[in-house]
Design a protein around this ligand. Sequence first.
Ligand SMILES: [Zn+2]
Length: 230
Amino acid sequence: MSAPQPAPRDASALAESVAHELNNIGASLFGFVELAAEAASGRDGEAAWLGEIRVGVQRIAALAALLEALAGTRGEPVATTLSECLKDGAAAGDYRLDWRCDAATRVVADAEHVRRAAKILVRTAPVATQTEPSALVVAQLADDASCLTCGAPLRAGDVYMDGQVAIDRAAAAPGKPTRRAETALRRLVNDASSHAAHLAGGHVCALFGDGTPALVLRAVAAHSSTSRGK
Ligand SMILES: [Zn+2]
């Protein structure tokens, strides 16, 4: 008999473990960068160096999220509620939930995969500090749209989740030049976000001019509660 082939999910679990380790390293570095930034406050040169280190650590976190997304297998979307999809991640401190629609809204999704995709959105948002979990905005689309990746139609009332709103308020330094490495990484992260969204049974749409994708879950129409959507 030939040696047993490792099952594909072993590679997936391995990639997840690597991502987990990268995250731990990133979280630890973030803590020290913030401490050093406090100690260096008022000294411009050192603050600028620490800013560079912070950008590097954010890249590590983004790559970890990317790896985790690529390790994922396709979920099994069913009719469920937003609360069901997001409560475990919130309880684990992956994100804070900023509800702008009813948590009982029914959507078609794989709950565990939504949690992962949401974590990616929040973790890859370039927020200024990691001292508290970032907010995940949960709201309904005001207008029809289409998926950025696969072109599937999205309807007003479908639910979007976005971790980027926090940046606009908290960390977007006006006039900060975009570096080429950042652009390339952002593109990778956007692709990974889209991949994770589709594994969860969702889609992506752009809510901001920079093309950053938000995760979109199809709402279950109130009059067709038996529908599993498409
Ligand atoms: Zn799609």
